[in-house]
Design a binder for this molecule. Structure first.
Ligand SMILES: [Zn+2]
Length: 298
């Protein structure tokens, strides 16, 4: 009898590890705490991280301060965490310069910083199934799709980036185009499909899918999203993520529920002070969504 109970407990624990987080149920619990904190506007506290973690060198930090504005907007504690995550991200990635491009440290740092910014609300940020980054000087020809491209994220774990276009993404936010966020949005979905379960994605995917269908309907004759977003669901997510980080306030004004779904999935609120309780979703498995234009009728 004792053996059967022990076996059952082992099976249950193994199931939790495999199904819930592909790693650690403790992390799953921490993730849930993060989701709760986010929904209640509580400050994230990464108390598990002590001060002895590897941090950026002064030279590396200078690159971020000069070239990655988001880093300057973070508190000192968060800069430490951001730097630690960059170090961890870079641990097992290789960077290859294509067409005789010389890869310099700055390129690695900016690519890592983009990856870490996208996932800064999540505990998962290492994009484990991505191991190689091919950096081209400019747009490049892909035999796979038989056309010129600026970037690509493949399920084989290789990301390709046109460096001039990558940099341009951070020079302006007026165009809602950012190659880095776009490709890492793909990488996050690919990671999710192959490698890891992100609880906030699991929780809000149904809401997100519902909102995407709504957004596609109301934006079909609007040039808010560039046409490329409507290629397929993967591209729509990647373009929506670009909007989410480049012009979060506008996205929230135009499509508040889509913004909110992305905020809850990524556990970030770049527009700031988004009311989390204002929108209701998934009551008894049925979508019940409050949109701003519906408010007068409710
Ligand atoms: Zn894409």
């Amino acid at each position: 009898m004792g053996f059967v109970i022990t076996l059952l407990i082992v099976i249950i624990i193994a199931y939790i590890i495999f199904e819930v987080h592909m790693g650690s149920p403790i992390l799953f619990v921490l993730d849930c705490i993060d989701i709760y904190r986010f929904k209640h506007h509580k400050e994230f506290k990464y108390t598990y991280l002590n001060q002895c973690v590897p941090s950026l060198t002064p030279e590396e930090e200078n690159v971020l301060k000069q070239k990655f504005a988001y880093y300057n907007s973070l508190s000192h504690d968060k800069q430490l965490i951001f730097g630690y995550r960059i170090k961890r991200f870079l641990e097992d990635k290789s960077f290859i310069g294509m067409e005789e491009l010389e890869v310099v440290k700055e390129m690695q740092l900016l690519i890592a910083a983009t990856a870490v910014k996208l996932t800064f609300g999540l505990r998962y940020y290492t994009y484990d199934c991505f191991h190689t980054f091919r950096i081209y000087p400019s747009q490049f020809y892909s035999r796979l799709v038989n056309s010129y491209m600026y970037g690509g994220a493949s399920i084989s774990g290789v990301m390709s980036l046109a460096w001039d276009n990558f940099l341009h993404g951070f020079e302006t936010t007026v165009d809602n185009i950012n190659l880095g966020f776009h490709e890492f949005a793909h990488a996050l979905i690919i990671s999710q499909q192959n490698d890891v379960t992100i609880p906030s994605f699991k929780l809000y995917t149904a809401d997100y899918d519902f909102e995407v269908e709504y957004a596609k309907r109301v934006m079909a004759n609007d040039d808010f999203f560039r046409e490329y977003a409507f290629t397929n669901d993967m591209e729509f997510f990647a373009v929506a993520v670009e909007h989410f980080f480049e012009n979060p306030v506008t996205l929230r004004e135009k499509l508040p529920n889509l913004y909110l779904c992305l905020a809850k999935m990524l556990l970030q609120d770049p527009a700031g002070n988004t009311p989390m309780s204002r929108y209701r979703t998934s009551i008894n498995g049925k979508m019940w969504v409050l949109r701003p234009q519906d408010e007068n009728t409710l």
